[in-house]
Design a protein around this ligand. Structure first.
Ligand code: RUB
Length: 276
């Protein structure tokens, strides 16, 4: 958006807004399960629309400012989340995580920095093994780490004190969309009575779900699962799944640890522009 804005030759604010909206729609279509990106674009277009300025060059500067502000607020949120969430990591505890979430690993690093001793169990996260990224990052941070196959999650769940996962999207009902397998881990945690928390910036909230839309689940290439599979074989590769709010103890976000039920209310208070 920033590049588009800096290179624009739009003669008027109306044309500039048309260009921005077109680009926004292209980005929206590029990744279906990405509300954070959509909220960033919403913020940028909203800032331009609301500004009294009519000069296109200055409006382009507003685009740049809004993007920088969005990114720095996101960084701030991640720090705040780590600060809040690290307190939930008890001494000598075992924490399981699924996939790779930079928000979750920042929280782990903060807990480690504060001197807590804990262990992390990472699921490998088939088909593309993002668990390896988590495992490497944790080892580099000096955290004792165990790597398991996804289907061993129940085997280990009884020795886990806490489950922390990231989020790709949060719906208006407080359900969470995250890497495929997350809802299975949540069910296991529920059955073993292990607290299950989602660690996420509020801006992963998808306002479209409020107005009836379902969060779309991105379907990735079958070759990620089996290269050279028999041609007649049907392979399905959904990248994400939905974890119902009933299985989520809380969402650890920059506003504190909130109930998934309160997400819409919190968003109305903190980021009312997402609903516009
Ligand atoms: C990554 C994934 C992560 C969330 C949150 O899946 O599901 O848990 O994106 O990550 P993929 P973060 O690798 O397929 O995108 O906290 O870094 O935003």
């Amino acid at each position: 958006m920033e590049t588009l804005a800096s290179q624009t030759s739009a003669p008027s604010k109306k044309d500039f807004l048309r260009e921005l909206t077109k680009a926004k729609e292209l980005f929206f279509a590029s990744r279906p399960t990405e509300p954070l990106m959509r909220n960033a674009l919403r913020l940028i277009v909203n800032r331009v629309e609301k500004n009294e300025e009519r000069n296109v060059k200055r409006l382009a500067e507003i685009v740049a400012q809004a993007s920088t502000q969005f990114l720095s607020e996101l960084e701030e949120s991640s720090k705040k989340i780590a600060e809040i969430g690290a307190k939930r990591i008890k001494h000598d505890s075992v924490v399981l995580t699924h996939c790779h979430s930079s928000t979750v690993t920042a929280l782990f690093k903060r807990a480690k920095h504060e001197g807590r001793t804990f262990e992390v169990i990472c699921t490998e996260t088939r088909p593309v093994f993002q668990g390896q990224t988590t495992a490497k990052e944790m080892l580099e941070a000096g955290v004792k780490t165990t790597f398991i196959i996804d289907s061993a999650a129940r085997y280990f769940m009884n020795s886990v004190d806490l489950v922390l996962v990231g989020a790709d999207a949060i719906t208006s009902e407080g359900n969470v969309i995250n890497k495929i397998g997350t809802s299975m881990v949540a069910l296991l945690a529920h059955e073993a009575r292990t607290p299950f928390y989602v660690v996420s910036e509020l801006l992963k909230f998808d306002p479209a779900t409020m107005y009836g839309d379902y969060e779309k689940i991105e379907e990735r290439s079958p070759s990620e699962i089996w290269k050279g599979a028999p041609k007649e074989l049907l392979i399905k590769n959904p990248a994400f799944d939905v974890t119902r709010r009933d299985f989520i103890h809380g969402i650890i976000c920059e506003d504190g640890i909130i109930s998934p039920h309160s997400i819409t209310e919190v968003m109305h208070r903190k980021h009312p522009w997402v609903f516009e």
